[in-house]
Design a protein. Sequence first.
Length: 213
Amino acid sequence: MEITIIGIAGGSASGKTTVVKKLQERFTGEIQVLGHDNYYRAHDDMPFADRTLLNYDHPGAFETDYMVRHIRDLKAGRSIEHPTYDYTLHNRAEETVWMEPKPVIIIEGILVLENEELRELMDLKIFVDTDAEERLTRRILRDTKERGRSVESVLNQYITTVKPMHEKYIEPSKKYADLIVPRGGHNRPALMLLESYIATLLKAREEKEPEEV
């Protein structure tokens, strides 16, 4: 199977997940998504209180080489057991998700364009660009409602790690993008371009496949 790898990066709460979900809805069964967050390093030997203090926006927080191996396995036609992450525990979960190769694989995460090995695997690199104030507002709403966080803890993390790491690592990675998408999932023209790109890839793949006898 010929597989196309698309990387989607951008700041925390920039709208990356919304873009990915809309593409999944449009191409049901044709897209496989690997979230970089699920490859956060496991810290089973560390107390919860200590795990909450870790810098989760630094490249070293991720087991990226593990993700690279999984992407290469999928490109080679091998299935994988994709890890999952529990945000309420600040740790990798025991559950895994069985994933089979699909024609289009999306790699999504704040730092996927920062890592050279990941970039080299991508056929298309996208950066979702959203205003800092809007990202912070979205992050507060998301983390308090979906991840059981307090507003105080979200703001403290934003000031101490999220904002400085964004400026140091995430924003500079925008220079590697082939396509910059302002406003994330609300940018319908940009989504239409992505949908058209993927549809063209899938059509070309179908035309290459030998007809069944």
